[in-house]
Design a protein around this ligand. Sequence first.
Ligand SMILES: [Zn+2]
Length: 254
Amino acid sequence: MPVDVRQFPCLDDNYGFLVRDQATGRTAVVDTPDAEAILRELKAAGWSLSMILNTHWHPDHAGGNARLKAETGCEIVGPAEVRRIAPLDREVGEGDEVMLGETRFRVLDTGGHTLGHVAYVDDADGVAFVGDTLFALGCGRLFEGEPQQMWSSLSKIAALPPETRVYCAHEYTASNARFALSVDPSPALRARADQVFSARQRGEPTVPTTIGAERDTNPFLRAPALKAAVGLGEGAPDWQAFAALRAAKDSFKG
Ligand SMILES: [Zn+2]
């Protein structure tokens, strides 16, 4: 049986995600940006929390761990780096599997934004929780990792089937679209950017996205096709084009 995903905005621009295994009713929250908001959402849904799945250690992702553990007794699963700021019961990394009732999550090492960042992929349902690695039309900043590492992490996510629904942790899409338009003249991007701006004007979320949409229009995943746009020759390694795009985004004022 599939999973239900309940998405809700919290803090300034984070999304929280409750994931419920329909077969058993076991429920996880992906990251803990705001314990209060998560408890409220659980109550509204009538669900009880079995598990936290952390993607990385940043406070807007693991800051609610202690409170949620105290209130619900849930198990906390995540990369070892979470211990820098929060409790963690089970360390996971590349190749591990986490069962939520009958739902199987595959853990991908997606280091780069932080060194230990992980993503959780439910292949059976075509659902991926990618934290701050891939965003709609964007990607996470490199606070700890190197461009080559982040490029490898993004490539892993991009290799998932195109229909995979991608739940990223922030609503950054409109500003990502403005940067994307500055480096990529593709008509597909222009059309998507217009949709994004309209959706945001109506107050609608642009998350989840899909792997297919990101492969087609996300400038970071399109780095190999944008080498000339960042002043590189065709023979340059793909990760160098990614690094140049990431640096351009870091200083973009749009
Ligand atoms: Zn982060």
